[in-house]
Write a protein that binds this ligand. Sequence first.
Ligand code: NAP
Length: 524
Amino acid sequence: MDPFRNEATLDFSLARNAGSLEESLSAILAGVPEDRLLVIGGERLSTGRWIESRDPGEPDRILGRAACAGTPEVERAVAAADATFRSWSRTLPSRRAEVLFRAAALLREQRFDLDSLLMLEAGKVRQEADAEFAEAVDFLEFYGREMLRYAGGQPLVRIHGERNSLQYIPLGAGAVIAPWNFPLAILAGMSAAAIVAGNTVVVKPSNETPLIAYRLLEILEEAGLPPGVFNYLPGKGSEIGDPLVQHPRIRFISFTGSKEVGLRINQLGAGTSTGQIWIKRVVAEMGGKDAIIVDAECDLDAAVEGVVASAFGYQGQKCSACSRAIGVGPVYDELVSRVARRAAELRVGSVRHRETQVGPVISEAARRGILKFIEVGRREGRLVAGGGPAPAAPDRATGAPAGYFIEPTVFADVSPTARIAQEEIFGPVLAMCRARDFDEALQIANGTPYGLTGAVYSLNREHLDRAGAEFHVGNLYLNRKCTGALVGAHPFGGFNMSGTDSKAGGKDYLLLFLQAKVVAERET
Ligand code: NAP
Protein backbone atom coordinates (compact mmCIF):
# COMPACT_ATOMS: atom_id res chain seq x y z
CA MET A 1 0.00 0.00 0.00
CA ASP A 2 1.33 3.44 -0.96
CA PRO A 3 1.83 5.84 1.92
CA PHE A 4 -0.90 8.47 2.27
CA ARG A 5 -0.46 11.61 0.15
CA ASN A 6 -2.80 14.59 -0.06
CA GLU A 7 -4.85 14.79 -3.26
CA ALA A 8 -3.67 17.70 -5.41
CA THR A 9 -6.23 20.35 -6.34
CA LEU A 10 -6.98 21.32 -9.93
CA ASP A 11 -5.67 24.36 -11.77
CA PHE A 12 -8.73 25.91 -13.40
CA SER A 13 -6.64 28.30 -15.46
CA LEU A 14 -5.93 25.26 -17.67
CA ALA A 15 -8.44 25.13 -20.50
CA ARG A 16 -9.06 21.39 -20.17
CA ASN A 17 -10.04 21.67 -16.49
CA ALA A 18 -12.18 24.76 -17.01
CA GLY A 19 -13.84 23.09 -20.02
CA SER A 20 -14.66 19.86 -18.19
CA LEU A 21 -16.12 21.84 -15.30
CA GLU A 22 -18.30 23.91 -17.63
CA GLU A 23 -19.59 20.70 -19.24
CA SER A 24 -20.54 19.23 -15.87
CA LEU A 25 -22.18 22.45 -14.70
CA SER A 26 -24.19 22.71 -17.90
CA ALA A 27 -25.27 19.08 -17.69
CA ILE A 28 -26.57 19.54 -14.13
CA LEU A 29 -28.34 22.77 -15.01
CA ALA A 30 -29.94 21.25 -18.11
CA GLY A 31 -31.07 18.13 -16.23
CA VAL A 32 -34.43 17.68 -14.55
CA PRO A 33 -34.27 18.11 -10.75
CA GLU A 34 -34.47 14.68 -9.20
CA ASP A 35 -36.12 13.42 -6.04
CA ARG A 36 -33.89 11.59 -3.55
CA LEU A 37 -35.57 9.11 -1.26
CA LEU A 38 -34.52 8.06 2.22
CA VAL A 39 -32.26 5.02 2.16
CA ILE A 40 -32.76 2.72 5.13
CA GLY A 41 -31.29 -0.76 5.16
CA GLY A 42 -30.71 -0.34 1.42
CA GLU A 43 -34.40 0.33 0.75
CA ARG A 44 -35.53 3.58 -0.94
CA LEU A 45 -38.43 5.11 0.98
CA SER A 46 -40.67 8.09 0.40
CA THR A 47 -42.38 10.01 3.19
CA GLY A 48 -44.61 12.34 1.17
CA ARG A 49 -42.77 15.33 2.67
CA TRP A 50 -39.88 16.99 0.87
CA ILE A 51 -36.86 19.17 1.51
CA GLU A 52 -36.11 21.41 -1.45
CA SER A 53 -32.50 22.04 -2.30
CA ARG A 54 -32.02 25.42 -3.97
CA ASP A 55 -29.08 27.17 -5.56
CA PRO A 56 -28.20 29.99 -3.11
CA GLY A 57 -26.87 32.06 -6.03
CA GLU A 58 -30.22 31.78 -7.82
CA PRO A 59 -32.77 30.71 -5.24
CA ASP A 60 -35.53 30.30 -7.80
CA ARG A 61 -33.67 27.29 -9.10
CA ILE A 62 -34.60 24.02 -7.37
CA LEU A 63 -31.72 21.59 -7.79
CA GLY A 64 -33.63 18.62 -6.44
CA ARG A 65 -35.67 17.39 -3.51
CA ALA A 66 -34.94 14.97 -0.70
CA ALA A 67 -37.54 13.04 1.23
CA CYS A 68 -38.00 14.47 4.71
CA ALA A 69 -37.83 11.92 7.54
CA GLY A 70 -39.92 12.02 10.71
CA THR A 71 -39.76 10.12 14.00
CA PRO A 72 -41.06 6.78 12.56
CA GLU A 73 -38.19 6.81 10.04
CA VAL A 74 -35.70 7.47 12.87
CA GLU A 75 -36.93 4.25 14.48
CA ARG A 76 -36.58 2.35 11.22
CA ALA A 77 -33.15 3.72 10.45
CA VAL A 78 -31.76 2.99 13.91
CA ALA A 79 -33.22 -0.53 13.75
CA ALA A 80 -31.55 -1.10 10.36
CA ALA A 81 -28.19 0.24 11.55
CA ASP A 82 -28.42 -1.82 14.73
CA ALA A 83 -29.25 -5.03 12.86
CA THR A 84 -26.48 -4.49 10.28
CA PHE A 85 -23.91 -3.87 13.00
CA ARG A 86 -23.82 -7.60 13.75
CA SER A 87 -22.42 -8.47 10.34
CA TRP A 88 -20.48 -5.29 9.50
CA SER A 89 -18.60 -5.27 12.82
CA ARG A 90 -17.34 -8.78 11.97
CA THR A 91 -16.28 -7.89 8.46
CA LEU A 92 -12.49 -7.88 8.21
CA PRO A 93 -10.94 -4.43 8.73
CA SER A 94 -9.02 -4.86 5.46
CA ARG A 95 -12.29 -5.41 3.60
CA ARG A 96 -13.85 -2.37 5.25
CA ALA A 97 -10.81 -0.29 4.28
CA GLU A 98 -11.10 -1.59 0.70
CA VAL A 99 -14.58 -0.04 0.45
CA LEU A 100 -13.11 3.37 1.34
CA PHE A 101 -10.29 3.04 -1.20
CA ARG A 102 -12.77 2.07 -3.92
CA ALA A 103 -15.01 5.00 -2.96
CA ALA A 104 -12.02 7.36 -3.23
CA ALA A 105 -11.36 6.06 -6.75
CA LEU A 106 -15.02 6.59 -7.69
CA LEU A 107 -14.94 10.11 -6.28
CA ARG A 108 -11.95 10.86 -8.52
CA GLU A 109 -13.87 9.60 -11.56
CA GLN A 110 -16.73 11.98 -10.75
CA ARG A 111 -14.58 14.96 -9.80
CA PHE A 112 -16.08 17.60 -12.11
CA ASP A 113 -19.63 16.52 -11.30
CA LEU A 114 -18.98 16.69 -7.59
CA ASP A 115 -17.24 20.06 -7.93
CA SER A 116 -20.25 21.33 -9.88
CA LEU A 117 -22.73 20.09 -7.32
CA LEU A 118 -20.71 21.72 -4.53
CA MET A 119 -20.72 24.98 -6.48
CA LEU A 120 -24.45 24.89 -7.11
CA GLU A 121 -25.81 23.44 -3.87
CA ALA A 122 -23.36 24.99 -1.39
CA GLY A 123 -22.43 28.18 -3.28
CA LYS A 124 -18.67 27.54 -3.54
CA VAL A 125 -16.37 29.09 -6.11
CA ARG A 126 -14.63 26.45 -8.20
CA GLN A 127 -11.32 26.43 -6.29
CA GLU A 128 -13.12 26.06 -2.95
CA ALA A 129 -15.31 23.29 -4.36
CA ASP A 130 -12.30 21.39 -5.68
CA ALA A 131 -10.39 21.82 -2.41
CA GLU A 132 -13.36 20.27 -0.63
CA PHE A 133 -13.47 17.42 -3.15
CA ALA A 134 -9.75 16.76 -2.49
CA GLU A 135 -10.34 16.77 1.26
CA ALA A 136 -13.10 14.19 0.90
CA VAL A 137 -10.75 11.90 -1.05
CA ASP A 138 -8.07 12.46 1.58
CA PHE A 139 -10.37 11.42 4.43
CA LEU A 140 -11.23 8.15 2.69
CA GLU A 141 -7.62 7.34 1.84
CA PHE A 142 -6.34 8.37 5.27
CA TYR A 143 -8.92 6.60 7.43
CA GLY A 144 -8.68 3.44 5.32
CA ARG A 145 -4.95 3.28 6.06
CA GLU A 146 -5.54 4.16 9.69
CA MET A 147 -7.92 1.22 10.12
CA LEU A 148 -5.26 -1.12 8.78
CA ARG A 149 -2.90 0.29 11.41
CA TYR A 150 -5.41 -0.06 14.27
CA ALA A 151 -6.20 -3.60 13.15
CA GLY A 152 -2.70 -4.52 14.33
CA GLY A 153 -3.81 -3.95 17.95
CA GLN A 154 -1.35 -2.69 20.53
CA PRO A 155 1.71 -4.49 21.89
CA LEU A 156 1.35 -5.29 25.61
CA VAL A 157 3.87 -5.95 28.35
CA ARG A 158 4.60 -9.68 28.41
CA ILE A 159 3.70 -11.43 31.69
CA HIS A 160 5.25 -14.80 32.44
CA GLY A 161 2.73 -17.60 31.94
CA GLU A 162 0.13 -15.50 30.06
CA ARG A 163 -0.72 -14.73 26.47
CA ASN A 164 -2.21 -11.25 26.32
CA SER A 165 -3.64 -9.28 23.44
CA LEU A 166 -5.44 -6.01 22.85
CA GLN A 167 -7.66 -5.50 19.88
CA TYR A 168 -9.75 -2.53 18.82
CA ILE A 169 -13.41 -3.28 18.24
CA PRO A 170 -16.24 -1.00 17.03
CA LEU A 171 -18.89 0.60 19.24
CA GLY A 172 -22.25 0.00 17.56
CA ALA A 173 -24.81 2.01 15.61
CA GLY A 174 -24.16 5.75 15.66
CA ALA A 175 -25.68 9.01 14.48
CA VAL A 176 -23.70 11.23 12.13
CA ILE A 177 -25.09 14.77 12.06
CA ALA A 178 -23.42 17.06 9.55
CA PRO A 179 -23.34 20.76 8.62
CA TRP A 180 -23.86 22.32 5.20
CA ASN A 181 -20.57 24.18 4.87
CA PHE A 182 -18.45 21.13 3.91
CA PRO A 183 -21.31 18.91 2.82
CA LEU A 184 -19.07 16.40 1.08
CA ALA A 185 -15.75 16.43 2.95
CA ILE A 186 -17.02 16.66 6.53
CA LEU A 187 -19.81 14.18 5.90
CA ALA A 188 -17.42 11.78 4.16
CA GLY A 189 -14.86 12.16 6.96
CA MET A 190 -17.30 11.66 9.83
CA SER A 191 -19.11 8.72 8.27
CA ALA A 192 -16.08 6.99 6.73
CA ALA A 193 -14.19 7.02 10.03
CA ALA A 194 -17.11 5.45 11.89
CA ILE A 195 -17.81 2.90 9.14
CA VAL A 196 -14.26 1.74 8.54
CA ALA A 197 -13.93 1.19 12.28
CA GLY A 198 -16.78 -1.36 11.95
CA ASN A 199 -19.72 0.76 13.09
CA THR A 200 -22.96 1.42 11.24
CA VAL A 201 -24.46 4.89 10.94
CA VAL A 202 -27.65 6.86 10.56
CA VAL A 203 -26.63 9.92 8.60
CA LYS A 204 -28.54 13.16 8.94
CA PRO A 205 -27.19 15.64 6.42
CA SER A 206 -27.97 19.34 6.64
CA ASN A 207 -31.28 20.49 5.24
CA GLU A 208 -29.39 22.86 2.98
CA THR A 209 -27.30 20.21 1.23
CA PRO A 210 -29.08 16.83 1.05
CA LEU A 211 -28.18 16.19 -2.62
CA ILE A 212 -24.43 16.07 -2.22
CA ALA A 213 -24.91 13.74 0.76
CA TYR A 214 -26.98 11.42 -1.44
CA ARG A 215 -24.17 11.36 -4.01
CA LEU A 216 -21.78 10.21 -1.31
CA LEU A 217 -24.19 7.43 -0.38
CA GLU A 218 -24.43 6.31 -4.01
CA ILE A 219 -20.65 6.24 -4.30
CA LEU A 220 -20.29 4.18 -1.14
CA GLU A 221 -22.95 1.75 -2.41
CA GLU A 222 -21.13 1.41 -5.72
CA ALA A 223 -17.90 0.85 -3.80
CA GLY A 224 -19.48 -2.22 -2.21
CA LEU A 225 -20.75 -0.95 1.14
CA PRO A 226 -23.46 -3.39 2.25
CA PRO A 227 -27.03 -2.09 2.76
CA GLY A 228 -27.77 -0.82 6.27
CA VAL A 229 -24.25 0.38 7.04
CA PHE A 230 -24.87 3.98 5.89
CA ASN A 231 -28.52 4.93 6.31
CA TYR A 232 -29.45 8.21 4.63
CA LEU A 233 -31.92 10.18 6.73
CA PRO A 234 -32.46 13.78 5.65
CA GLY A 235 -34.95 15.62 7.83
CA LYS A 236 -35.34 18.68 9.98
CA GLY A 237 -32.84 18.75 12.82
CA SER A 238 -35.41 20.39 15.07
CA GLU A 239 -37.77 17.44 14.48
CA ILE A 240 -35.67 14.30 14.21
CA GLY A 241 -32.54 15.45 16.08
CA ASP A 242 -33.75 14.73 19.61
CA PRO A 243 -35.28 11.29 18.95
CA LEU A 244 -32.17 10.25 17.07
CA VAL A 245 -29.74 11.47 19.73
CA GLN A 246 -31.81 10.04 22.59
CA HIS A 247 -32.50 6.67 20.99
CA PRO A 248 -31.41 3.88 23.38
CA ARG A 249 -29.80 1.87 20.56
CA ILE A 250 -27.62 4.77 19.43
CA ARG A 251 -24.15 4.13 20.83
CA PHE A 252 -22.37 7.31 19.68
CA ILE A 253 -23.09 10.66 18.10
CA SER A 254 -20.66 12.32 15.73
CA PHE A 255 -21.73 15.92 15.25
CA THR A 256 -20.30 18.92 13.45
CA GLY A 257 -22.19 22.20 13.53
CA SER A 258 -23.04 25.14 15.72
CA LYS A 259 -22.25 25.55 19.40
CA GLU A 260 -25.94 25.75 20.33
CA VAL A 261 -26.89 22.47 18.67
CA GLY A 262 -23.66 20.76 19.78
CA LEU A 263 -24.24 21.64 23.43
CA ARG A 264 -27.81 20.38 23.24
CA ILE A 265 -26.64 17.09 21.75
CA ASN A 266 -23.95 16.79 24.40
CA GLN A 267 -26.53 17.28 27.14
CA LEU A 268 -29.14 14.95 25.68
CA GLY A 269 -26.49 12.39 24.80
CA ALA A 270 -25.44 12.24 28.45
CA GLY A 271 -28.93 11.09 29.48
CA THR A 272 -30.02 7.46 29.48
CA SER A 273 -33.26 6.27 27.90
CA THR A 274 -35.15 3.17 28.97
CA GLY A 275 -33.33 0.08 27.79
CA GLN A 276 -30.04 1.89 27.18
CA ILE A 277 -27.05 -0.12 28.39
CA TRP A 278 -24.13 2.21 27.65
CA ILE A 279 -22.79 5.71 28.09
CA LYS A 280 -23.04 7.35 24.68
CA ARG A 281 -19.93 8.79 23.19
CA VAL A 282 -20.40 12.31 21.86
CA VAL A 283 -17.96 13.84 19.42
CA ALA A 284 -19.01 17.46 18.86
CA GLU A 285 -17.05 19.83 16.66
CA MET A 286 -18.54 23.31 16.87
CA GLY A 287 -18.05 26.97 16.01
CA GLY A 288 -15.20 29.43 16.17
CA LYS A 289 -14.36 33.11 16.55
CA ASP A 290 -10.94 32.78 15.04
CA ALA A 291 -8.34 35.54 15.24
CA ILE A 292 -5.24 36.51 13.31
CA ILE A 293 -2.63 38.58 15.17
CA VAL A 294 -0.57 40.86 12.97
CA ASP A 295 2.53 41.79 14.92
CA ALA A 296 4.37 45.12 14.75
CA GLU A 297 7.29 43.46 12.95
CA CYS A 298 5.92 41.29 10.14
CA ASP A 299 5.63 40.80 6.41
CA LEU A 300 2.58 43.04 6.05
CA ASP A 301 1.86 42.03 2.43
CA ALA A 302 1.59 38.39 3.46
CA ALA A 303 -0.48 39.32 6.54
CA VAL A 304 -3.00 41.34 4.51
CA GLU A 305 -3.41 38.50 1.99
CA GLY A 306 -3.74 35.94 4.80
CA VAL A 307 -6.38 37.94 6.66
CA VAL A 308 -8.43 38.61 3.52
CA ALA A 309 -8.26 35.01 2.29
CA SER A 310 -9.16 33.62 5.74
CA ALA A 311 -11.96 36.12 6.36
CA PHE A 312 -13.70 36.04 2.98
CA GLY A 313 -12.87 32.63 1.46
CA TYR A 314 -16.21 30.81 1.04
CA GLN A 315 -17.90 34.03 2.21
CA GLY A 316 -16.53 33.57 5.75
CA GLN A 317 -18.62 30.41 6.17
CA LYS A 318 -15.84 28.22 7.53
CA CYS A 319 -15.50 27.33 11.19
CA SER A 320 -11.83 28.23 10.72
CA ALA A 321 -12.55 31.63 9.10
CA CYS A 322 -10.75 34.68 10.46
CA SER A 323 -13.46 36.83 12.01
CA ARG A 324 -11.12 38.99 14.12
CA ALA A 325 -7.90 40.66 12.97
CA ILE A 326 -5.75 42.11 15.73
CA GLY A 327 -3.11 44.68 14.73
CA VAL A 328 -0.28 45.34 17.18
CA GLY A 329 0.74 48.97 17.83
CA PRO A 330 2.03 50.90 14.83
CA VAL A 331 0.98 48.28 12.25
CA TYR A 332 -2.74 48.62 13.02
CA ASP A 333 -3.68 51.68 10.92
CA GLU A 334 -1.96 50.47 7.78
CA LEU A 335 -3.36 46.97 8.27
CA VAL A 336 -6.89 48.38 8.48
CA SER A 337 -6.59 50.48 5.35
CA ARG A 338 -4.98 47.71 3.31
CA VAL A 339 -7.41 44.97 4.41
CA ALA A 340 -10.33 47.32 3.70
CA ARG A 341 -9.00 48.09 0.22
CA ARG A 342 -8.46 44.41 -0.64
CA ALA A 343 -11.89 43.45 0.71
CA ALA A 344 -13.55 46.11 -1.43
CA GLU A 345 -11.71 44.77 -4.51
CA LEU A 346 -13.03 41.22 -4.13
CA ARG A 347 -15.43 40.26 -6.90
CA VAL A 348 -18.80 39.13 -5.54
CA GLY A 349 -21.17 37.22 -7.80
CA SER A 350 -22.36 33.95 -9.23
CA VAL A 351 -19.96 31.08 -8.63
CA ARG A 352 -20.51 30.04 -12.22
CA HIS A 353 -18.39 32.96 -13.35
CA ARG A 354 -14.72 32.13 -13.39
CA GLU A 355 -13.64 35.51 -12.00
CA THR A 356 -15.90 35.39 -8.92
CA GLN A 357 -14.07 35.33 -5.59
CA VAL A 358 -17.02 35.64 -3.19
CA GLY A 359 -20.24 33.74 -3.86
CA PRO A 360 -23.61 33.77 -2.08
CA VAL A 361 -24.20 32.87 1.56
CA ILE A 362 -26.12 29.65 2.02
CA SER A 363 -29.71 30.77 2.60
CA GLU A 364 -32.12 33.62 3.15
CA ALA A 365 -32.04 32.93 6.90
CA ALA A 366 -28.23 33.17 6.87
CA ARG A 367 -28.39 36.37 4.81
CA ARG A 368 -30.82 37.96 7.25
CA GLY A 369 -28.76 36.91 10.28
CA ILE A 370 -25.52 38.26 8.81
CA LEU A 371 -27.14 41.58 7.82
CA LYS A 372 -28.42 41.94 11.40
CA PHE A 373 -24.87 41.51 12.68
CA ILE A 374 -23.73 44.18 10.21
CA GLU A 375 -26.28 46.56 11.77
CA VAL A 376 -24.87 45.72 15.21
CA GLY A 377 -21.39 46.34 13.79
CA ARG A 378 -22.35 49.84 12.67
CA ARG A 379 -22.95 50.68 16.33
CA GLU A 380 -19.91 48.83 17.62
CA GLY A 381 -17.20 49.79 15.12
CA ARG A 382 -16.15 51.99 12.21
CA LEU A 383 -17.30 50.56 8.87
CA VAL A 384 -14.36 50.61 6.43
CA ALA A 385 -15.54 48.21 3.70
CA GLY A 386 -18.82 46.71 2.48
CA GLY A 387 -21.74 46.97 4.84
CA GLY A 388 -24.73 45.52 3.04
CA PRO A 389 -26.20 43.15 0.50
CA ALA A 390 -24.21 42.98 -2.71
CA PRO A 391 -26.10 44.56 -5.63
CA ALA A 392 -28.89 42.23 -6.63
CA ALA A 393 -27.96 42.16 -10.30
CA PRO A 394 -29.69 39.46 -12.32
CA ASP A 395 -27.49 36.56 -13.32
CA ARG A 396 -25.62 37.37 -16.54
CA ALA A 397 -26.17 33.98 -18.08
CA THR A 398 -29.81 33.35 -17.23
CA GLY A 399 -31.33 36.68 -16.26
CA ALA A 400 -32.70 35.09 -13.07
CA PRO A 401 -32.76 37.20 -9.89
CA ALA A 402 -29.54 37.14 -7.93
CA GLY A 403 -29.21 35.26 -4.71
CA TYR A 404 -27.97 35.73 -1.18
CA PHE A 405 -24.96 37.95 -1.80
CA ILE A 406 -23.36 40.10 0.88
CA GLU A 407 -20.46 42.51 0.46
CA PRO A 408 -17.21 41.58 2.19
CA THR A 409 -17.55 43.80 5.25
CA VAL A 410 -14.85 45.16 7.56
CA PHE A 411 -15.32 47.02 10.83
CA ALA A 412 -12.32 48.76 12.44
CA ASP A 413 -11.78 49.95 16.01
CA VAL A 414 -13.94 47.20 17.47
CA SER A 415 -13.72 46.59 21.21
CA PRO A 416 -12.63 43.01 21.96
CA THR A 417 -15.77 42.60 24.07
CA ALA A 418 -18.18 43.86 21.40
CA ARG A 419 -20.75 41.38 20.12
CA ILE A 420 -19.20 41.28 16.65
CA ALA A 421 -15.87 40.38 18.28
CA GLN A 422 -17.39 37.68 20.49
CA GLU A 423 -20.18 35.91 18.60
CA GLU A 424 -19.79 33.67 15.58
CA ILE A 425 -21.35 35.46 12.58
CA PHE A 426 -20.52 32.84 9.94
CA GLY A 427 -20.49 35.25 7.04
CA PRO A 428 -18.20 37.74 5.28
CA VAL A 429 -17.77 40.11 8.24
CA LEU A 430 -14.42 40.94 9.84
CA ALA A 431 -13.90 42.82 13.12
CA MET A 432 -10.52 44.54 13.53
CA CYS A 433 -9.12 45.33 16.98
CA ARG A 434 -6.11 47.40 18.02
CA ALA A 435 -3.67 45.94 20.58
CA ARG A 436 -1.10 48.02 22.48
CA ASP A 437 1.50 45.27 22.39
CA PHE A 438 1.88 41.55 21.76
CA ASP A 439 0.76 40.68 25.31
CA GLU A 440 -2.51 42.47 24.79
CA ALA A 441 -2.92 40.90 21.34
CA LEU A 442 -2.68 37.42 22.88
CA GLN A 443 -5.15 38.39 25.58
CA ILE A 444 -7.65 39.60 22.97
CA ALA A 445 -7.12 36.52 20.81
CA ASN A 446 -7.81 34.23 23.79
CA GLY A 447 -10.69 36.36 25.04
CA THR A 448 -13.69 34.46 23.64
CA PRO A 449 -15.31 31.18 24.72
CA TYR A 450 -14.06 29.54 21.50
CA GLY A 451 -10.64 28.08 20.65
CA LEU A 452 -10.63 26.63 17.15
CA THR A 453 -8.04 28.21 14.83
CA GLY A 454 -5.75 31.21 15.00
CA ALA A 455 -2.74 32.67 13.23
CA VAL A 456 0.14 35.02 13.96
CA TYR A 457 2.11 36.99 11.41
CA SER A 458 5.41 38.03 13.02
CA LEU A 459 9.13 38.22 12.34
CA ASN A 460 9.85 38.07 16.05
CA ARG A 461 10.97 34.55 17.05
CA GLU A 462 10.15 35.09 20.69
CA HIS A 463 6.61 36.17 19.85
CA LEU A 464 6.07 33.18 17.59
CA ASP A 465 7.26 30.86 20.35
CA ARG A 466 5.04 32.58 22.90
CA ALA A 467 2.05 32.17 20.58
CA GLY A 468 2.89 28.47 20.30
CA ALA A 469 2.64 28.18 24.07
CA GLU A 470 -0.06 30.74 24.94
CA PHE A 471 -2.47 31.17 21.99
CA HIS A 472 -5.05 28.61 23.13
CA VAL A 473 -6.53 27.12 19.97
CA GLY A 474 -6.65 23.63 18.54
CA ASN A 475 -5.05 24.71 15.25
CA LEU A 476 -2.49 27.52 15.31
CA TYR A 477 -0.77 28.76 12.17
CA LEU A 478 2.35 30.91 12.11
CA ASN A 479 2.98 33.25 9.18
CA ARG A 480 0.18 31.72 7.12
CA LYS A 481 -3.61 31.94 6.92
CA CYS A 482 -5.84 30.23 9.46
CA THR A 483 -7.99 28.24 7.01
CA GLY A 484 -7.18 25.30 4.74
CA ALA A 485 -6.24 22.47 7.13
CA LEU A 486 -4.98 19.44 5.22
CA VAL A 487 -5.76 15.86 6.23
CA GLY A 488 -2.75 14.21 7.85
CA ALA A 489 -0.77 17.48 7.98
CA HIS A 490 -3.10 19.51 10.19
CA PRO A 491 -5.35 17.23 12.28
CA PHE A 492 -8.30 19.49 12.99
CA GLY A 493 -10.39 20.26 16.07
CA GLY A 494 -10.89 22.99 18.63
CA PHE A 495 -10.69 23.73 22.35
CA ASN A 496 -13.24 25.14 24.78
CA MET A 497 -16.63 25.89 23.16
CA SER A 498 -15.24 24.96 19.75
CA GLY A 499 -15.75 21.32 20.60
CA THR A 500 -14.27 18.07 21.78
CA ASP A 501 -10.96 18.49 19.93
CA SER A 502 -11.43 15.30 17.96
CA LYS A 503 -8.60 16.12 15.53
CA ALA A 504 -10.26 14.98 12.33
CA GLY A 505 -7.71 13.84 9.77
CA GLY A 506 -5.27 12.81 12.50
CA LYS A 507 -4.00 9.54 13.89
CA ASP A 508 -6.13 9.71 17.07
CA TYR A 509 -9.43 10.20 15.25
CA LEU A 510 -10.42 6.58 14.65
CA LEU A 511 -10.06 5.79 18.35
CA LEU A 512 -13.20 7.85 18.92
CA PHE A 513 -15.16 5.14 17.11
CA LEU A 514 -13.38 2.15 18.65
CA GLN A 515 -13.06 0.52 22.04
CA ALA A 516 -10.19 -1.66 23.16
CA LYS A 517 -10.73 -5.25 24.27
CA VAL A 518 -8.02 -7.09 26.17
CA VAL A 519 -7.87 -10.87 26.31
CA ALA A 520 -5.45 -12.44 28.79
CA GLU A 521 -5.05 -16.24 28.59
CA ARG A 522 -3.16 -18.33 31.12
CA GLU A 523 -0.71 -20.54 29.25
CA THR A 524 -1.14 -24.21 30.03
P1 NAP B 1 -26.19 23.65 12.77
O1 NAP B 1 -27.31 24.57 12.55
O2 NAP B 1 -25.78 23.39 14.17
O3 NAP B 1 -26.60 22.29 12.04
C1 NAP B 1 -25.71 21.19 11.98
C2 NAP B 1 -26.53 19.92 11.82
O4 NAP B 1 -27.29 19.72 13.02
C3 NAP B 1 -27.54 19.99 10.68
O5 NAP B 1 -27.63 18.74 10.07
C4 NAP B 1 -28.81 20.35 11.40
O6 NAP B 1 -29.97 19.97 10.71
C5 NAP B 1 -28.65 19.52 12.67
N1 NAP B 1 -29.52 19.93 13.78
C6 NAP B 1 -30.19 21.09 13.96
N2 NAP B 1 -30.87 21.06 15.12
C7 NAP B 1 -30.63 19.86 15.68
C8 NAP B 1 -31.04 19.22 16.90
N3 NAP B 1 -31.84 19.82 17.77
N4 NAP B 1 -30.59 17.97 17.14
C9 NAP B 1 -29.77 17.34 16.28
N5 NAP B 1 -29.34 17.89 15.12
C10 NAP B 1 -29.76 19.14 14.82
O7 NAP B 1 -24.89 24.13 11.99
P2 NAP B 1 -24.76 24.54 10.46
O8 NAP B 1 -25.40 25.87 10.27
O9 NAP B 1 -25.18 23.41 9.59
O10 NAP B 1 -23.17 24.67 10.29
C11 NAP B 1 -22.47 25.81 10.65
C12 NAP B 1 -21.83 25.64 12.02
O11 NAP B 1 -20.97 24.51 12.01
C13 NAP B 1 -20.94 26.81 12.40
O12 NAP B 1 -21.13 27.09 13.77
C14 NAP B 1 -19.54 26.28 12.14
O13 NAP B 1 -18.53 26.93 12.89
C15 NAP B 1 -19.70 24.85 12.53
N6 NAP B 1 -18.67 24.00 11.93
C16 NAP B 1 -17.69 23.51 12.73
C17 NAP B 1 -16.68 22.73 12.20
C18 NAP B 1 -15.57 22.19 13.06
O14 NAP B 1 -14.84 21.32 12.60
N7 NAP B 1 -15.42 22.65 14.28
C19 NAP B 1 -16.68 22.45 10.83
C20 NAP B 1 -17.71 22.96 10.04
C21 NAP B 1 -18.71 23.73 10.61
P3 NAP B 1 -30.84 21.02 9.86
O15 NAP B 1 -30.04 21.31 8.65
O16 NAP B 1 -32.07 20.28 9.58
O17 NAP B 1 -31.05 22.22 10.75
